[in-house]
Design a protein around this ligand. Structure first.
Ligand SMILES: Nc1ncnc2c1ncn2[C@@H]1O[C@H](COP(=O)(O)OP(=O)(O)OP(=O)(O)O)[C@@H](O)[C@H]1O
Length: 602
């Protein structure tokens, strides 16, 4: 029902007030006080205006009484102007605080959510939309609330004035305002619904807009001459949104036209009545001016108040996205009574009949995966694209939990350890590592922000990752900004140079378990060979897992696991697996033949 929908959306008002109070209670109270003042002053000024007119009409001349009235009216006018400006300042502070508070809450919540959250497009959309609208929706709401309150107080003041003189007029005015109130209620609902059904199309259009404006897509866009096609796609969705909104604007516009005609007509009928009373001496000239001003003010303020409430409903849509986002709580949680992490230097992991399916995926990645990563050993994991190698890393580091089976660390289910402490045992370089727009130094230090920077370890990590030569070549060494987003002096790095920085980042953690997911993908042959030679040094004393398609690199591992069809199908050293002549042998020979090398079974 439209009525219910419209009123239901009004429930957002207490919520908005609570948020504003949290953002700055004292500022909110000042804004309220100033708003009430601004609401009361116009009727009071109207009353003084009446007294001035009555004084002038009485023929008493320029007495001290007249100047006292004019002075009082002037003071009220000054007070109104000052209250308006002060309120603007306090509202601005309140808006900024609210924006800050919500941004921090959204960032904190987003960073704690499971990766699962991002698998569902609607969730991700709700987050990006909430984030995008954080900048203006709360501000609009402050303005809507304050303006609606102020207009309502003014209306109440003027209604009291009219009541004092002509009670029947109030009844007539209120009846004449019924169409306006109905139009405002329906417009809230219609706009609400048109926005609601348009969000999916709007999001699509915004996605294409984002592509055309992002630096990440800029290269492909030009190389594929993609802009015209993207624009056409964008229009397809945007036009649907615009049509729906225009239709809503037209429907609501029509009822507003009728309402405006009725209330304006009623106002002038009332004015005719008041004029008749003044002409026949039933009321004074001052009463007439006051009532005439009150009639205009009631109509004007009430329509503004209703329009602001309508806008408030529209802006309240923002809260449904925000609520939807805050309703998500992380499923991967620390246990109620966590076990202490094993103090042992050697960490051994066992996957025990692990079954895992991504949210929304039609097929499981693993149904019953079992294998072991032995403590202190360098293990390599190989397998074709999509075999599930990165998924193993995600499960191992508890970015996801398996739906079946267990993963054990030194015999204990990893879900029993405190999450943060558990994740702290890993130094990881992910396939899609982050290229932070920070200095070279910060790009590595981010791996361990919980501790004070350790420059000796920083140098060591850079040396092991062969990132030291990259740093040396930068104009300001460690202090050079990587990326040009914030600094014109920033340096753009090549893919391989970034990879060395990311590897140094993983090593800087100096964690007992090292996971390298495709650490050589962007490296040149020489750098890869260097890394290959340093592999022993990198992994000394650690439990490590190396994932790579460059099978030359895996030779140095103590043990190689071959993942296929959701299972470990082979397990052994390079020599053993070549000798076996199975899947690893096939993969290795296929790769070697592309270099023209011959591989013979040892
Ligand atoms: N976030 C995700 N949501 C749904 N399915 C996913 C997700 N990530 C990966 N998959 C699917 O899970 C399977 C395993 O992916 P995974 O990234 O683990 O493979 P991989 O062996 O690391 O591949 P590659 O060698 O290409 O890096 C693939 O079929 C992939 O399509």
């Amino acid at each position: 029902m439209p009525m219910q929908k419209g009123l239901a959306a009004l429930r957002v008002v207490p919520k908005a007030l609570r948020l504003l109070r949290d953002a700055g209670a004292s500022h909110l109270y000042v804004v309220f006080a100033l708003t009430i003042l601004q609401g009361l002053l116009p009727p009071a000024m109207g009353y003084f205006g009446k007294l001035i007119v009555d004084h002038l009409a009485s023929g008493r001349g320029a007495t001290a009484g007249l100047w006292a009235l004019v002075g009082a009216e002037g003071l009220l006018a000054v007070a109104l102007a000052v209250a308006f400006q002060l309120s603007n300042i306090y509202q601005a502070v309140l808006r900024e605080r609210l924006w800050q508070m919500l941004s921090i809450q959204v960032c904190q919540h987003a960073s704690q959510l499971d990766l699962d959250f991002f698998e569902v497009p609607q969730n991700y959309d709700a987050l990006t939309k909430a984030n995008r609208e954080l900048g203006f929706r709360p501000m609009m709401m402050v303005l809507n609330l304050v303006t609606a309150l102020q207009q309502t107080i003014s209306v109440a003041g003027f209604v009291l004035v009219i009541l004092a003189f002509q009670p029947l007029l109030v009844v007539a005015i209120l009846i004449a305002l019924v169409p306006a109130a109905l139009a405002a209620r329906d417009s809230g609902h219609i706009t609400f619904t048109s926005y609601d059904v348009s969000t999916a199309d709007g999001r699509r259009a915004a996605y294409f807009d984002g592509l055309m404006m992002s630096d990440g897509a800029a290269k492909e866009l030009r190389l594929f001459d993609l802009a015209p096609w993207l624009l056409a796609q964008r229009q397809q969705y945007a036009v649907r949104v615009i049509k729906r909104r225009l239709r809503a604007a037209w429907v609501t516009g029509k009822s507003f036209v009728t309402a405006a005609a009725v209330s304006a007509g009623a106002q002038y009928l009332a004015l005719a009545f008041v004029a008749y009373q003044a002409a026949t001496g039933r009321i004074t000239l001052g009463d007439f001016t006051l009532l005439a001003a009150a009639l205009v003010a009631v109509r004007h303020n009430l329509s503004l108040a209703l329009a602001n409430l309508g806008e408030l409903l529209e802006n309240s849509l923002f809260f449904s996205d925000l609520d939807r986002f805050f309703d998500f709580s992380p499923k991967i949680r620390p246990p109620a009574t966590p076990r202490p992490l094993p103090s042992s230097e050697e960490y051994q992991f066992v996957f025990e009949n692990v079954g895992f399916t991504y949210t929304g995926a039609s097929r499981p990645v693993f149904e019953s995966l079992s294998f072991e990563l032995r403590g202190g050993e360098a293990t390599a994991l190989v397998g074709v694209n999509g075999a599930g190698k990165t998924t193993i890393v995600k499960l191992l580091t508890r970015l996801y939990d398996p739906q079946q089976g267990r993963i054990l660390l030194n015999g204990v289910d990893i879900r029993e350890f405190p999450l943060e402490q558990y994740r702290a045992i890993f130094g990881v370089i992910l396939q899609d590592f982050v290229r932070y727009h920070l200095t070279a130094r910060e790009n590595i230090l981010v791996a361990k922000v919980s501790a004070n920077p350790d420059d000796r370890r920083l140098e060591e990590a850079a040396r092991l990752a062969k990132a030291d030569s990259v740093i040396k070549s930068l104009p300001m060494g460690w202090g050079t900004m990587l990326g040009r987003q914030f600094d014109e002096q920033g340096q753009a790095l090549s893919g391989g140079q970034w990879q060395r920085i990311a590897l140094a980042r993983a090593l800087y953690r100096d964690a007992p378990v090292l996971i390298l997911d495709e650490p050589t993908a962007g490296l040149d042959a020489e750098a890869e060979a260097e890394l290959f030679l340093a592999y022993r040094e990198l992994t000394r004393g650690k439990t490590s897992l190396l994932i790579t398609h460059r099978l030359n690199t895996v030779r140095m591992a103590d043990r190689i696991l071959v993942l296929e069809g959701g299972k470990i199908v082979e397990d052994g050293s390079h020599q053993e697996l070549l000798r076996k002549g199975g899947r690893y042998y096939e993969l290795f020979t296929a790769q070697a033949s592309t270099y023209g090398a011959e591989v013979t079974k040892p």
